[in-house]
Design a protein around this ligand. Structure first.
Ligand code: 3PG
Length: 305
């Protein structure tokens, strides 16, 4: 079987080596399309492949229509909003993700960004410490749980809200479970977003929600840009000079946000999962899932059931 790794943002070399070893070790063939810049390159590469591994690369209807032999597509990572699941299902293509494999990397970046933010982007002026601050985690999945673990090391008071995770599971992790998203914003100094982009969450982080943060509040996003209502957040930042917005996903209105100097920071490219460890974990998991699918039809991580 021919397996394509198509990554506009490439994996670490060690991850590619590991994927190659797995795929070829199972008697399959590996082809690589890294750092591509045009969709046409992706369309050309998918024409004759049986399986593919992607990251945030867009597998839309056109890609799935073109990939006539495709049987399985694995998103090496957690969020699969970049795959057109309806098109995959219509073409009888199994879509999978690799949950948990890159979550520690994203969680560590939250703290890299937070220290940078509370120390005023290292501008020389006195900032503040994370110890004793109230951190609110929105969604208690794999990333949220790692964020909670690390936050405790910083001596933060940690709360979480997750519409799909029972309060007793959150409490069992030693985290205070609040009753609503609004309560999280009202009671925490910093809110860290870990929600996926779904019809329910898209643009849900809006003026009213963020305006509930107390004075000096920080909103940090290492999830998806789509969950932010950008025009409303821009309006709020203009009205409240005490708020900061830190993000690992450049907003569409980056130039407008950049006007809030000293209160806004975006990484130039989404860096959350960009570590050798996360690339190796997610990439090799994806390769193993593809091998298992071809060997015995295993679809354990299918997301378009
Ligand atoms: C994920 O959903 O796994 C993360 O957002 C990482 O995405 P990336 O592989 O594009 O860096």
């Amino acid at each position: 079987m021919k397996v394509l790794v198509a990554t506009e943002k490439p994996f670490a070399a060690a991850a590619v080596e590991g994927i190659k070893k797995e795929i070829e070790g199972a008697g399959n063939e590996l082809v690589l399309l890294e750092k591509y810049t045009e969709k046409a390159q992706l369309l050309d590469a998918v024409k004759d492949v049986d399986a593919m591994i992607i990251r945030s690369d867009k597998a839309d209807a056109e890609v799935l229509d073109t990939a006539k032999n495709l049987k399985i597509i694995v998103r090496a990572g957690a969020g699969y909003d970049n795959i057109d699941l309806a098109a995959a299902t219509a073409h009888n293509v199994v879509a999978e993700n690799t949950p948990g494999q890159n979550s520690n990397a994203v969680a560590e970046l939250v703290f890299g960004l937070l220290v940078f933010a509370v120390r005023n982007f290292y501008n020389g002026k006195a900032g503040c410490e994370l110890k004793g601050k109230k951190l609110g985690i929105l969604a208690f999945g794999n990333v949220g749980r790692n964020v909670a673990r690390i936050a405790k090391g910083f001596g933060m008071n940690v709360s979480a809200y997750d519409a799909f995770c029972p309060a007793d599971v959150i409490e069992a992790a030693g985290v205070h479970a609040v009753k609503s998203q609004d309560e999280l914003f009202q009671t925490c100094d910093i809110v860290s977003l870990h929600i996926p982009a779904t019809p329910e969450t898209i643009k849900s982080i809006d003026y009213k929600t963020v305006n509930q943060l107390p004075k000096g509040g920080i909103l940090i996003n290492t999830a998806r840009k789509e969950v932010i209502n950008e025009p409303e957040l821009l309006k709020l930042l203009a009205e409240r000079e005490d708020l900061k917005f830190i993000t690992d996903i450049k907003p569409d209105a980056d130039a407008d946000f950049a006007k809030f100097e000293g209160r806004y920071f975006s990484t130039p490219k989404k860096m959350g999962a960009q570590t050798a460890e996360a690339n190796i974990n997610a990439g090799i998991a994806a390769a193993k899932q593809i091998n298992a699918f071809f060997a015995d039809g295993c679809t354990k991580f299918q997301v378009n059931k």
